[in-house]
Design a protein around this ligand. Structure first.
Ligand SMILES: Cc1ncc(COP(=O)(O)O)c(C=O)c1O
Length: 388
């Protein structure tokens, strides 16, 4: 299979001999005959781990993992009950005591909070750096164990040249973990550019309907097996019903991200021309300083479904806009069918220290809009009316 839309539908490879169905069911079972009475040996899933207990493996979750591995061009994947659970297991598996971790100071707030706590407890050194490709590269040395970057920063959508960072990490023996939640595999595959591991919040575009909480890691066989141990110890495996919904959701990933990206560009252009808006952050705009690197990395000339912008008049005017919207709902998530708007300074970016937020320009006039699947004209009308 060459193309993402085909992979998203067929790479689960599920087939039931007894019924002939190729639609993966929801396996609620927690226990499995062990050892297999027919063979006398343990039953295993295709990565070689045993299928005997629900905290270790589940066939519905396994079907989803095969799709995720195919979409991100990895050997293998693991699904977790949230993006944070995936990230926590990955960091625990990959960080030796006394390690040095490099991360841009603009990242999902809870990711920064997790790294801060872990580095304190694991006696690791956390280096927060300016969110630019050059600053990240300059911070990496032979002492660095892990570099964690988001393909597009949250919330001001700076595009990091992951290809350059990955080459530099490889030359210096550092592990590069890429949170590809905002870009999705439809836009970019970090593993193809030799990143070591991809992390996703499945809660966002991959499941895509604002009704599933989940996370995933995707990488080479050995790295994923190491993280599997931690998933088992922490009990973080995704549940079967959520995996079923995510499998169903991911079948339309390409369609959704293509439409969301097209609508996002239209809305970014509308906002850019609006007298009540002072700044628009979207890497697909011709005026964006990140368009060249986005064009270098991203497939299909798509730039994702998130647009951030600043409202003239600060916090009060921004809150007023949020209150006056009808179709676009105020809620702190992204990547789903419903368009959502949030004030990052009060939500996702609140864990960034105030002085860093100030330097990054994340103030209370900044709003982050996640484009859903509504008609672009309805969304523009909603924004236009609310801005009047
Ligand atoms: C970029 C990014 N990574 C990770 C997470 C954490 O994912 P979850 O909420 O599924 O735990 C989020 C959540 O907003 C996110 O935006």
């Amino acid at each position: 299979m060459r193309y993402d839309d085909t992979k998203s539908i067929h790479s689960h490879k599920f087939y039931d001999e007894e019924t002939g169905t190729f639609i993966p069911p929801i396996y609620l079972a927690v226990v499995y005959e062990h050892p297999d009475k027919r063979t006398g040996k343990p039953r295993t899933v295709d990565r070689g781990t045993e299928l005997k207990y629900g905290r270790e493996e589940n066939p519905t979750v396994r079907a989803l993992e095969r799709v995720l591995a195919a979409l991100e061009a990895g050997d293998d994947a693991l699904a977790f009950n949230s993006g944070m659970a995936a990230l926590a297991a990955a960091i625990l598996a990959l960080t030796p005591p006394g390690a040095e971790i490099v991360v841009p100071m603009e990242a999902y707030g809870k990711t920064l909070a997790l790294l801060r706590e872990f580095s304190r407890r694991l006696r690791a050194r956390l280096r927060l750096v300016w969110p630019s490709t050059d600053s990240i590269i300059n911070a990496v040395s032979r002492r660095t164990s892990i570099v964690l970057v988001e393909t597009m920063t949250n919330p001001t959508l700076k595009v990091i040249d992951v290809r350059r960072v990955a080459e530099y990490c490889r030359d210096n023996g550092a592990i590069l973990v890429v949170d590809n939640t905002f870009a999705t595999p439809v836009l970019y595959n970090p593993l193809k550019d030799s990143a070591s591991l991809v992390v996703h919040s499945l809660t966002k575009y991959l499941a895509g309907h604002n009704d599933v909480l989940g996370g995933a890691v995707i990488g080479d066989r050995e790295t994923v097996l190491g993280i599997w141990e931690w998933r088992t110890l922490l009990g973080g495996i995704m549940q079967a019903f959520e995996a079923y919904l995510a499998l169903r959701g991911v079948k339309t990933l390409v369609l959704r991200v293509e439409k969301q990206s097209r609508t996002a560009l239209e809305i970014a252009e509308f906002l850019q021309d609006h007298p009540r808006i002072s700044e628009v952050y979207y890497p697909g705009l011709d005026t964006s300083p990140y368009k060249p690197v986005a064009d270098k990395l991203f497939k299909k000339k798509l730039y994702g479904g998130v647009v951030s912008f600043k409202v003239k008049g600060g916090r009060e005017e921004a809150l007023r806009l949020m209150r006056r919207l009808n179709i676009i709902k105020p809620a702190p998530s992204l990547g789903g069918t419903e368009s959502l708007i949030t004030m990052p300074a009060a939500t996702a970016a609140s864990a960034i220290p105030p002085e860093d937020r100030k330097a990054l320009g994340i103030d209370e006039s900044l709003l982050r809009l996640s484009i859903g699947l509504e008609d672009p004209e309805d969304l523009i009308e909603d924004l236009s009316r609310a801005l009047q």
